[in-house]
Design a protein around this ligand. Sequence first.
Ligand code: SF4
Length: 374
Amino acid sequence: MPPQHPSAPSPGRLAVLRGPRPPQEYTARKITALTANPACSRRAVLDAAGVDKALLAQRLGHEPRFGQSPFAIRREQSFEALVKWGGYAELIRLLREQLDVPVEEAAVADLTEVGGDASLAVRAGESRRLLNRLAAGADERLILDRPVLTLEVAGQTAHVIPQALSHRTGGQFYVVEIRSFPAIDGQANPLAVAQTTKQAAVSVLALRQTFTELGLDPKAIAHRFLLICPKDFSNRPYGKLIDLRQELDALRFQLSRLRRAEDLAHALSPDATLDTERPKAEIDATMRELDASFTPDCLSFCEMSRYCRDEATDCASPARLGGVVRNSLPGIDSTRTALRHLDGTSAPGPAEEAVIIRLRAAERLRRLRGGATA
Ligand code: SF4
């Protein structure tokens, strides 16, 4: 059976919610963002329905200040082109240096299109066919450029497209990720590396799933990936193997926690809509039906963050101040309530009492400390 995706012809509930716009693809970037906040039903439904979140945020009056700048995207594309230029010379050089493999026979299959057809379904089919051949021992020296893989996410099938997959070396295949942030003296920005490592983990998981579906041994996919980025301040490509076992464990756990997006969508009212062409009030009402789980971290990875932050501020949600504050106020869903209990204008219930006692003690300590240092 061919893989299903939010773009599949059957107009499921998610497709109806999205409206007539073509769906946005799930990407490794989106999957890592989704797993960064697995408690958020809102993002799960928006991504599974393929809604353009940047457009939606704009429509709701919250221009997203988020995402890669066009300049960064262009820089990344031109660096990737450089790595693959001249018959993939730099990619093959780095594979040889890092994985110690002979490259004389290396060949590359470009899967950005198949016979002029760039559709995901055709590319995914061809990727599976070639993976089958490689794993069976044929075309051992074939490198796959942008193979299309599939991964189950929140009950949907996502397409994952790593920049390259190495030929088999030492019995294993390696995912390759190409980024344009520099490695200065062999050290790149740790946050950028962490982000790329999470995305590589998505590709490894998708490859292992594909191998399993094909009846192949998923252990043939290495738990290290090759990161390629510019060396120092030059454009010379530099490569480093990075272990991603920890990210793989974390990713598996987070994916297992994501609720089925289709079930969440079915629980919405019949006239719910996330169609950006519909009146703003209708979309807003649907958004509020979906449970959000805002934390300040959302500002670094989600297009809806300014919308959700304003909503959390309106209802004085403790989570808007971060996980530490939220976890310090169990059972209290509003900082206004906590303040009312503290100044005595309302009485805490039995479940809130312990929290209020702790807050009073903290306030006493703060006053004492203030007095001592004055
Ligand atoms: S910004 Fe909103 S939709 Fe996005 S992850 Fe955070 S709470 Fe969920």
